[in-house]
Design a protein. Sequence first.
Length: 226
Amino acid sequence: MNAPTPVEWRISDTFTAYPEAVAGMEQQVAGISSGDAGEQVWLVQHPPLYTAGTSANDDDLLDAHRFPVFQAGRGGEFTYHGPGQRVGYVMLDLNQRGRDVRQFVRDLEEWMIVTLSSFSVNGERRDGRVGIWVDRGRHGGLPGKEDKIAAIGIRLRRWVSFHGVSLNVCPDLSHYEGIVPCGISQHGVTSLRDLGIDATVEEVDVALKAAFERVFDRATVTPSLV
């Protein structure tokens, strides 16, 4: 494998329309594949919307008229994106990082777990459930109650990744009521604010970058605002 090149961090400071995000990812992935662009992590917030992954069940869209619905092309089922949620689009060249999809997903999970630990939140994996979960009993809630705080959904093209992760910082959790999030009805969703942690999206960005460098062990370049 060639020596790693710096990963660019792109941070959008205004809401990004979902079609714009998809077009941006498509362009970046094509550039990575052709050798004309480098790896990139793009942090965005979206206006309220739902996205359907390739495994989405139509019955899990409970209110199709509440927010716009987009076919995402990523793995997974229905999820929500909106203000107060940091979405991280991860465009990495797995040709240079080992063509191991399972390990890549575990690294994304670990990225979320390490980020959450910066805010004294114990994020956990669960067998058979994608994403990162919080045991509410550890945070002053009912023992045994588990809520999802971070979602993961990726797509690969020629071993270049896109789509990625979303972490709930301070979204309106009632917006999830229009879907069955990720097809799981027996558990809920949470956020840092819901857990009593008053963190800003900007503070989460700092934690995300530090955790990414720790997990993926790659140099990064100075973030650019767009």
